[in-house]
Design a protein around this ligand. Structure first.
Ligand code: GLN
Length: 494
């Protein structure tokens, strides 16, 4: 292949091939992405650009490429959600309370990327402590989605909490980025921005060095523009890490190789409980189209039942805040980031936390502390844990009959900045399709599958068996091929 058009529009796999052929250098590729970042600063996708670091890393990659010693991601630019600790680069989790925190260590997953030759271009904006569905809860201000509704130039949200990570890849500021997903924060923004977002099985990637939100749910995963690119990046991120006791010691398959297998003979489950009110008609129609596409390629569709899924959202919104209230107790003004002036120690805690945390984070800490308090622990926290087991059991039973489950990713397309802001519960409904797989620890991916009447992207979600990311990629690839989603966002330069 040859290069026609901007290099930033190539897929990661194409960039890899062309770097190998020395069609351009890693430095040129990095420079092109740094320019795309600069010209699209209005989207507010980055909290910090690391141009000098990127150019130095690109030069090192060029030296290896020239010697024929290329590593798997050599010279490929990747941007990182600001939840991953990056050595020597400020890491804020989108919060005022962590401003000025410069880690002295690197998260295990990002360390693997750099080891594989990837080039770090910057840190990405996000909802504070990964709490949100619209990237409206960031101390750095909202991120704009590069997509806009037809005939309407209002800024739309990119989804959340990994809003900057999704917007950057959609707007061709990076071919890949890293996000995290606790209840949908990779899949829902991928759907809103028309790209691929993969949340692997809980335990597949190390959480070491990622700022914790809800430790039993948090997972690292990639954003890319194609399923192949997702397989390439996850292959590098995944694997056992002795520093994370919940990471699982299983071999990492060759995900890219899994794409060669078609979906003939696979059984795809469709949960009857997922046909619910509040889901846009065009989302339902796309879901049906997804079923037809897979049937046409030789898969069977089978109706399944996930009866406890209806309780997934309230269960999640008890468990995630409970864990968050405990995890966020460490931000006390003594050890990390910002510290407010005060007369005494209690005053220091109160002032630091009062000024440092935003409204949504405070809401979750209050809810979490309440459901964990002595009188309410059994009524809320323990009950939610029991329902979580039932949700996981529903999936286990369904997976006795099917290989994957197909659902919409989100109940609607992207909405405008400011919409749904006055009602936190309306915002939580965004997670209705993504939270069940999170509670069950299952791998799930969103693949762009179509546009709404007003020209906005919609994704379909594929949920797989635990640690069977390969089948998720296979089905994702089949959907991608059938959907042939070649649309591009309006707000994109170059
Ligand atoms: N929207 C969900 C929440 O606010 C999911 C966030 C996430 O996955 N980090 O909790």
């Amino acid at each position: 292949m040859t290069v026609s058009g901007p290099v930033t529009h190539l897929t990661l796999a194409e960039m890899r091939e062309l770097l190998g052929k020395r069609a351009f250098s890693a430095k040129e590729l990095t420079q092109a992405h740094l320019e795309a970042m600069e010209s699209q600063r209005a989207l507010n996708a980055f909290t910090c650009e690391t141009a000098d670091k990127a150019l130095a890393m690109a030069e090192a990659a060029d030296a290896r490429l020239a010697k024929g010693e290329a590593r798997p991601l050599d010279g490929l630019p990747v941007a990182i959600k600001d939840l991953y600790c990056t050595e020597g680069v400020e890491t804020t989790a989108g919060s005022n309370i962590l401003k000025g925190f410069v880690p002295t260590y690197e998260s295990s997953v990002t360390a693997k990327l750099w080891q594989a030759g990837a080039v770090m271009t910057g840190k990405l904006n996000m909802d504070e402590f990964a709490m949100g569905s619209a990237n409206m809860n960031s101390a750095f201000g909202p991120v704009a989605n590069p997509w806009q509704r037809k005939g309407d130039n209002r800024d739309l949200v990119p989804g959340g909490s990994s809003g900057g990570a999704a917007a950057a890849v959609a707007a061709r500021m990076a071919p890949a980025s890293l996000g995290t997903d606790t209840g949908g924060s990779i899949r829902q923004p991928a759907s809103f921005c028309g790209i691929v977002g993969m949340k692997p099985s809980y335990g597949r990637c190390s959480r070491w060095g990622i700022v914790a939100f809800a430790s039993s749910l948090d997972q690292a995963g990639p954003f890319t523009r194609t399923v192949r690119d997702s397989a390439i990046v996850l292959g590098v991120m995944a694997g056992f890490d002795p520093k994370d006791s919940t990471s699982v010691d299983l071999p990492v398959p060759d995900y890219e190789a899994a794409l060669h297998k078609n979906v003939k003979g696979l059984t795809v489950g469709v949960a009857k409980e997922y046909r619910m009110p509040g889901v846009a008609g065009e989302v339902e129609r796309l879901w049906k189209r997804g079923m037809t596409w897979l049937e046409e390629q030789g898969a069977h569709i089978r109706e399944i039942s996930l009866p406890h899924s209806q309780h997934a959202l309230p269960t999640y919104y008890i468990l995630a805040p409970a864990e968050a209230s405990s995890n966020l107790a460490r931000y006390d003004g003594v050890r990390f980031g910002a510290r407010a002036a005060a007369e005494d120690l209690t005053g220091l805690y109160e002032a630091t936390r009062g000024q440092g945390f935003g409204a949504e984070v405070k809401r979750r800490i209050l809810i979490g502390t309440y459901v964990l308090s002595a009188g309410y622990y059994d009524a809320y926290y323990n009950k939610a844990r029991r329902i979580r087991s039932l949700i996981a059991r529903d999936f286990a039973r369904a997976f006795e009959q099917v290989d994957v489950i197909l659902t919409p990713t989100a109940p609607t397309a992207a909405f405008a900045q400011g919409e749904k802001m006055d009602d936190p519960v309306a915002m939580y409904l965004n997670d209705i399709f993504t939270v069940p797989a999170s509670l069950a620890g299952l791998p799930a991916m969103s693949v762009p599958a179509g546009l709404t009447d007003r020209g906005l992207p919609l994704g379909l979600q594929i949920i797989g068996k635990a640690f069977d990311e390969e089948t998720v990629f296979r089905v994702g690839h089949a959907l991608e091929t059938a959907a042939h989603f070649t649309h591009r966002p309006q707000r994109i330069s170059g």
